[in-house]
Design a protein around this ligand. Structure first.
Ligand code: NAP
Length: 264
């Protein structure tokens, strides 16, 4: 299916690896021009080079990168100095650390809210009016299945991302919707990325179990009996950015292999 977005410009945050990289790759495969953002320049440059070699040569899309911390104003200013009229924005940054809520002070909360609520809101604020003027826009926020089914040790994520989800529910249904702008959240369950590997390693150290035993036990809790891969996540993101998805707006789209146990 031709998604109808070749030649558009996308800002994809947190895209040197993992889910953000999956999104950048899928969009470039559709002929979308992509500006990739992450803090570490080496990994970012390597990933951008791979996308150019893998597909951007054949689709003709431009792939740029900007090594910045997207959760800071300085970082966002540097990104928007490179380009400001994006048609597609994928918001993403690292998730907050797990832990016990008794150990989180105000600083920990501010950091989580900054990264997982206020940064996406700033990015939306900076881009949607231009999208509306041009009559087309797609925002996809990478959040988490923990918004629908909270995970106790991820309280910082549950709280901060729920704030973003509430904001998006309102703004997606504002006047922007009639001007061709959709805003949706894409909720990953368990995907095979460095973040999950890090969490499994830290659990293995705490419990004395092997990483593989813990991963197997986790897979058994998922009806699909496997972790998702970033490429399939990217393909869902690209579809949400497509012309065909213009009537999908204000939704929380779960990609979790059936792990969420609810009927709705
Ligand atoms: P990942 O593999 O650790 O990748 C995170 C990416 O974001 C990297 O490119 C990282 O590069 C970049 N990044 C992190 N902080 C950044 C910042 N402040 N500014 C700019 N770029 C930043 O993580 P992932 O698994 O893809 O997860 C992506 C998001 O989905 C996270 O918020 C995570 O909590 C959430 N999530 C993931 C899963 C899963 O199963 N993987 C499940 C639920 C939710 P640098 O470090 O170089 O900046």
């Amino acid at each position: 299916m031709d998604l109808g977005i070749a030649g558009k410009w996308a800002l994809v945050c947190g895209s040197s690896k993992g889910l953000g990289l999956g999104c950048a790759k899928a969009l470039a495969q559709e002929g979308v021009n992509v500006l990739m953002v992450a803090r570490g320049v080496e990994q970012l440059q390597e990933s951008a080079t791979k996308i150019i070699a893998g597909c951007a040569h054949s689709t003709g899309s431009s792939v740029l990168f900007c090594a910045q911390d997207i959760t800071t104003q300085v970082g966002r200013d540097a990104v928007f100095a490179m380009r400001s009229d994006f048609d597609i924005v994928v918001t993403n940054a690292g998730g907050p650390p797990p832990g016990d809520f008794r150990d989180w002070d105000r600083e920990a909360w501010i950091k989580a809210v900054d990264a997982n609520m206020l940064t996406p809101i700033e990015l939306i604020k900076a881009t949607v009016d231009g999208m509306a003027q041009r009559g087309f826009g797609r925002i996809v926020n990478i959040t988490s299945s923990s918004v629908k089914a909270p995970i106790d040790i991820l309280g910082l994520s549950n709280g901060a991302r729920s704030g973003l989800t509430g904001f998006v529910a309102g703004v997606a249904r504002s006047g922007l919707a009639a001007q061709g702008v959709t805003i949706n959240n894409l909720l990953p369950g368990v995907f095979d990325t460095d973040r999950i590997k890090t969490m499994l390693h830290s659990n293995a150290q705490k419990t004395g179990q092997t990483v593989e035993a813990l991963a197997d036990a986790r897979r058994k809790t998922i009806p699909a009996r496997r972790f998702g891969n970033p490429d399939e996540f990217g393909a869902i993101c690209a579809f949400l950015c497509s012309v065909q998805a213009g009537y999908i707006n204000g939704q929380n789209v779960l990609a979790d292999g059936g792990a969420y146990p609810g009927t709705y």
